[in-house]
Design a protein around this ligand. Structure first.
Ligand SMILES: CC(C)(COP(=O)(O)OP(=O)(O)OC[C@H]1O[C@@H](n2cnc3c(N)ncnc32)[C@H](O)[C@@H]1OP(=O)(O)O)[C@@H](O)C(=O)NCCC(=O)NCCS
Length: 172
């Protein structure tokens, strides 16, 4: 998978050595407060890393997830999935370890993946969803130029509870 370089970050493929860093954020209940996965068990984090390592060798994957690194350390992940090649549409997401919130890393990584999605993948509509209570994530989406389009009612099942999502998108 292509590496993405920003001012402070390198977005690269996951490697088997990343398990500890992945579990540090994916096993954190505060990080997973609004996510439809986690908090992970150690086995679930291992399965995620295994899946990412296997996926990174695919020729033309529909789904790409980068390890977000700062000075060689994995601090989170950022992904884009092509949901329709025909309609040039995709969806993106991100997560960051709590120790690295408030530094602008999520915005920097998400902007790089959005640029990649629009450029290399030629997507003309890139969507993201987040929970209405996830104000930090909404700020990230605004900062990378996405617009809020609406409320998806009862959109996801999170740890047994149905939750709404806000829909954001960047078009053109
Ligand atoms: C959502 C999430 C990624 C947001 O992370 P974050 O660190 O708050 O987001 P940013 O990278 O935009 O950084 C935010 C702050 O860093 C500060 N900052 C510090 N140094 C900075 C710099 N050099 N450049 C830019 N911002 C900087 C800014 O003040 C900014 O706050 P602002 O929006 O008030 O301007 C994080 O809370 C997270 O991982 N949550 C759990 C998983 C999750 O919910 N994922 C999204 C699912 S939809």
């Amino acid at each position: 998978m292509l590496e993405l370089v920003t001012e402070r970050l390198l977005l690269r493929d996951f490697t088997p050595d990343d398990i500890e860093a992945v579990h540090a954020y994916a096993g954190d209940s505060e990080v997973c407060r609004y996510t439809d996965w986690g908090p992970n068990t150690a086995a679930q984090s291992q399965a995620f890393v295994d899946e990412m390592c296997a996926a990174s060798t695919a020729e033309q994957p529909d789904s790409m997830t980068w390890a977000v690194t700062v000075a060689g350390n994995v601090v989170g992940a950022c992904s884009v999935t092509v949901t329709s090649r025909e309609h040039r549409r995709g969806v993106m997401g991100y997560v960051l370890a709590r120790a690295h919130w408030g530094k602008g890393y999520a915005t920097e990584a998400a902007a790089a993946v959005l640029r990649f999605a629009r450029g290399d993948l030629a997507l003309e509509r890139v969507e993201a969803t987040c929970r209405p209570g996830n104000v930090d994530s909404q700020r990230v989406l605004h900062k990378i130029g996405m617009q809020r389009e609406g409320l998806l009612r009862s959109h996801v099942l999170i740890r047994g509870r149905r939750e709404d999502s806000l829909l954001f998108a960047a078009v053109g």
